[in-house]
Design a protein around this ligand. Structure first.
Ligand code: NDP
Length: 246
């Protein structure tokens, strides 16, 4: 079994959905968890982590705000003295066809998914470089590789996350810090529950494993990349998509 005993992990958007599953999975392996989210209510996630016998810190923060993110890093260091793992999971969608997409819809998605990931990655990298150790996992998406009609903003942001991951991996490798991405496919969460039935059917028709993924499937991949088993893996994209892309 993978052990993360006493490691300290920050999970953005960790109050619900895939982020919460990641937070719980890392806690089950022994890590103490810092959840940062724009959601006010993080008590459920915190109490579930504490029930596992791990420490949990919840910090309300908008990842697009560098001051908020700096406060997350400072509170983490004040509480746990180090940061071993950062999971950049927070993300949003504002779907629309390209010719109908407003600049606001474009900007909102790029700001959270790409700029927010950059802000968190930069803030954690400074600390991890000093520690000469750490691992960063960015949650991308299958559509960041293959594109998707109606999601020009989202797929551009998630493609950008992959390029950001590779550039950061090259810059930080010399200081013992790894950076990887996980690209989930069609995962059953609140984000995808809102998709029209037709879109769900279209996704399922291209999934060789013939089932939607679960938040736990994504969390398992993050657990592996967070662990010493992945210590020689950096700049990679791990697809968790039932074989959609191969
Ligand atoms: P959810 O919407 O369920 O959860 C995302 C969390 O991030 C929410 O708690 C949300 O808060 C929070 N969040 C949003 N914006 C910010 C912000 N600016 N600062 C801090 N927190 C924020 O999404 P999922 O769990 O479905 O997705 C998690 C990640 O996985 C995302 O990056 C998504 O793009 C990616 N992904 C998901 C797939 C899927 O099928 N579900 C497929 C591929 C990738 P609030 O609810 O208040 O907005």
């Amino acid at each position: 079994m993978i052990q993360l005993t006493d490691k300290v992990a920050i999970v953005t958007g960790g109050a619900r959905g895939i982020g919460k599953s990641i937070a719980l999975k890392l806690a089950q392996a022994g890590a103490n968890i810092v959840i940062c989210d724009v959601l006010d209510n993080m008590t459920e996630a915190v109490s579930e982590i504490e029930t596992l016998g791990r420490k949990a810190l919840a910090v309300k923060a908008d990842i697009t705000n560098a001051e908020d993110v700096q406060a997350v890093m400072e509170k983490t260091l004040a509480t746990f003295s180090r940061i071993d793992i950062l999971v950049n999971n927070a993300g949003i969608t504002r779907d629309n066809l390209l010719i109908r997409m407003s600049e606001d819809e474009w900007d909102a998605v790029i700001r959270v998914n790409l700029k927010g990931t950059f802000i968190c990655l930069k803030a954690a990298a400074k600390i991890m470089m000093k520690q000469r150790a750490g691992t960063i996992i960015n949650i991308s998406s299958v559509v960041g590789v293959m594109g998707n009609a109606g999601q020009a903003n989202y797929s551009a942001s998630k493609g950008g996350v992959i390029s950001l991951t590779k550039s950061a991996a090259k810059e930080l490798a010399g200081r013992g810090v790894t950076v990887n991405a996980v690209a989930p496919g069609y995962i059953q969460t609140e984000m995808t529950n809102h998709l029209p039935e037709k879109a769900k059917e279209t996704f399922m028709s291209v999934v060789p494993l013939k089932r939607p993924g679960t938040a736990d499937d994504v969390a398992n991949a993050v657990l592996f990349l967070s662990s010493d088993l992945a210590s020689y893996t950096t700049g990679q994209v791990l697809h968790v998509d039932g074989g959609m892309i191969m």
